[in-house]
Design a protein around this ligand. Sequence first.
Ligand code: NAP
Length: 374
Amino acid sequence: MISLPLPGILALTQASGTIRPGQPAVGSNCHGAKATNLTSILPLSIASAAASALGRARATRASRKAEISRRQKLLTLGNLAPVVMSNPAEAKTASSVGLGTCCLKGQASEDQVRASDGLEGVYEGLKIGYRLLDTASHYENEGNIADAIRRSGIPREDVFLITKIWFDDMGERAAPAFQESLKRLQTDYVDLLLIHFPGTNDAVQSPAANAKRRAETWRVLEEAKAAQQARSIGVANFTRRHLKQLLATCKESPEVMQTEVHPYFQQPELLELCRQKNLKIQAFSPLAHGELGLLNDRLLTGIAAKYQRSVAQVVLQWLLQQDITPIAFSGSPKNMMENFAVKDFSLTSQEMDRISFLDRGPNARVGFDPNLIA
Ligand SMILES: NC(=O)c1ccc[n+]([C@@H]2O[C@H](COP(=O)([O-])OP(=O)(O)OC[C@H]3O[C@@H](n4cnc5c(N)ncnc54)[C@H](OP(=O)(O)O)[C@@H]3O)[C@@H](O)[C@H]2O)c1
């Protein structure tokens, strides 16, 4: 049995008021609770509750407004217009950078404004050329994504749409939860359906209970694929242990693993298993969520200078050259464009090797550690 979360995580989950104590703090946002700067990783309403619960400085109303207006400004493309339009068919494939959408929509009083954030961000992304969109029921923006696709005029079949089943919906709730996602997404199929997390580390969840919920949920994914409501199915945040267990019991094998990968956190053993078992790898938080100083790394900065590119582009290209699909988020049109425009340079094998030596192992994970899930 896995013990209760660390005190910080427990405090967070209680403070947010949306997650049962004892559940992983991934309930608080899509990146987990490891980062110490709460306001930088949580939706604003949750962040302020957590900050006050922890006795930290309160986010004032004024600073929240300023942050919202900053985000709105960032998300207005204006004259930057689409300079990076790529071949849409290509942008839909795994050899292109996907657009992350986590946390583009907030809660409570910010609903109005942040809902428009979600809409604008994805709409601008589609204008730039992104065709691979990563959402999840947990992000509470599936409706925004549907609106953005409709508004863009891009045919549904030109977009590769990913959604996920959240851990609260695993087991009996999985099938209705997926139907609700389809409804919000205003589509009759998704291109990829994932189990978002391998379970909970709730004290009442025994290892056997988690394994049962995973198996039940996987059956729902298999049925969704058979019914052509999910073109492909896979898992996110599974460790080698979770994946081996699933592979031993599934009828239909998972096709995709979405997991955290960036130069400081490379998970070579997990990726090796995925490749052996023919799972396509998607890297979330490919830029380390903008943390750890990754974007100022000396080696990466040097390589970026050589190609007259940004460090973010070097990192995304390093992933693509390993046949890993990066799912990157940006609230800035400039960065969104930059991240998408990575196809016209390539790294040498020596540079690829040198970047692989940047791996710092488990301590460089920026999201929640799924090893804590039984
Ligand atoms: N399956 C899961 O459990 C899971 C977990 C986490 C994330 N995800 C998915 O992965 C997506 C991306 O992950 P993420 O948001 O954690 O991290 P990320 O893409 O690694 O990093 C985003 C951060 O990097 C900055 N950034 C982006 N492009 C940049 C550039 N070109 N130059 C400088 N800074 C740049 C962004 O700032 P600006 O906004 O200022 O550009 C933002 O602060 C999420 O949106 C979500 O769709 C999935």
